[in-house]
Design a protein around this ligand. Structure first.
Ligand code: GLY
Length: 424
């Protein structure tokens, strides 16, 4: 069969890598992809949000299954367009993807169906939000309602920071219309975990839990990014804890969506915090996480294409997924200055030497090929994933392999997995 993957980052490279392993797949296309994927897939020169263009192309090329990586085309209705034309596509439709497209919508569902989450208020007027901040206790969390590339959430530790966040989102309109409304919610203390489930709107199959490191600098300092590293499994999320999360959050969420007339199909990514009062939802995403997918997919033994097809065809069984027992750690190599301002076009040295290690995977995000070399071409440049015998081994190995890679302005966190090392 012929599969089209939509997107151009490390997540999509991991998806392409996993899909390539399916014996049923003859050919993979990726739109727009990046040069690092060329060994596995052919690039299609269409933008990831050119929904009509992508559907026309998929029709012309008789694509059997389309897999959507990023949130933007999902929120804009790519699944509806493909489905209307009888094309098979994996992901939630526009109505369902609102759980990521509108943080207000997601919070309303959580509140209405008593799914554990932080208390919150919604504001449309900056003056009212500023007024509310005067008597609030800190820290608190301020979120732009719409899509902001992972940068629309601020944890304000003081009134001054909270005022600045409201001004940036609502008055300076840093994220445009995504900041028309904001959610101000209580700050919750605990370990953050990413629980992704594959679902056809009835059955759910939880994927192995992962933990992401969103801040740009070591010790979780500095602005949030799309994600600077991840690992899986997470020792604190035992089978019993995952069962508790499924009972308190995952099944109730899918049921709540159904009650709202949403048949949620695809990946439901639940950002959770493990508080002293149990797991609570921080946010929902309508897609695979990045870099979480770079540690989850290398551990998944099942055929991903089979699972995706079962979702599209509403026949996902409640089976136990099979996992590689090894631990996976991914460290993102970025361009210095990311997520704000950075330079590109630098030669990446040392990649070819890593090909000889079976347990090392390189997922390209922002790279461009020039002759026999790769150049940096984005903020997040590469994810390097290592499978090891336990997390400590994987962490030690990943940093020793990173020593073999070099490019000008290379920045990465040196403490991926530090919560695990210090014992949470
Ligand atoms: N790693 C965070 C996200 O994918 O949204």
């Amino acid at each position: 069969m012929k599969v089209l993957v939509i997107g151009n980052g490390g997540r999509e490279h991991a998806l392409v890598w996993k899909i390539y392993q399916s014996e049923r797949v003859e050919k993979i296309y990726v739109a727009p992809g990046n040069d690092g994927m060329l060994e596995l897939a052919e690039r299609v020169d269409l933008a990831l949000d050119d929904i009509k263009g992508l559907a026309n192309w998929a029709e012309r090329n008789q694509i059997d299954l389309t897999v959507v990586g990023p949130e933007k085309p999902l929120v804009e209705g790519i699944v509806d367009e493909f489905t209307l034309r009888g094309l098979k596509i994996f992901g939630p439709d526009k109505k369902a993807a609102r759980i990521e497209g509108s943080k207000v919508f997601a919070k309303e569902i959580l509140r209405k169906y008593h799914i554990p989450t932080a208390e919150y208020e919604v504001f449309t007027e900056p003056a009212e939000a500023l007024n509310y901040l005067e008597d609030a206790s800190y820290p608190l969390v301020i979120k732009a309602e719409g899509l902001a590339g992972g940068k629309g959430v601020v944890i304000a530790t003081s009134l001054k920071q909270a005022r600045a966040a409201v001004a940036r989102i609502m008055e300076e309109r840093l994220f445009g219309d995504a900041g028309n409304r904001i959610v101000i919610e209580d700050f919750l203390e605990g370990e953050e975990v990413s629980i992704l489930v594959i679902t056809d709107g009835e059955s759910i199959l939880p994927l192995a839990p992962a933990q992401d490191h969103k801040a740009i600098f070591d010790g979780d300092e500095g602005p949030n990014t799309g994600g600077m590293g991840a690992y899986s499994p997470i020792p604190i999320i035992s089978k019993d804890v995952l069962q508790e999360i499924a009972q308190k959050i995952l099944y109730p969420a899918i049921k709540a969506f159904r009650a709202e007339g949403i048949k949620y199909k695809g990946i439901l990514y639940v950002g959770l915090i493990m508080t002293s009062l149990g797991p609570k939802v921080l946010d929902f995403n309508a897609r695979f996480g990045d870099p979480e997918s770079q540690v989850i997919l290398p551990r998944l033994k099942n055929d991903l294409v089979d699972l995706m097809e079962m979702v599209v065809e509403d026949r996902l069984p409640e089976i136990e997924l099979e996992w590689d027992e090894r631990s996976a750690v991914c460290v993102v190599l970025a361009s210095a200055g990311y997520p704000i301002d950075y330079k590109t076009g630098y030669r990446i040295k040392g990649l070819a030497g890593l090909a000889k290690y079976d347990n090392v995977l390189l997922f390209h995000a922002g790279t461009k090929q020039k002759g026999n070399n790769y150049l940096t071409d984005g903020g997040r440049v590469l994810g390097i994933t290592v499978l090891g015998d336990g997390l400590l081994d994987a962490i030690n190995q990943v940093y020793s392999y990173i020593d073999e890679i070099d490019f000008e302005d290379m920045h990465y966190r040196t403490d991926i997995g530090y919560r695990l090392i210090r014992g949470y």
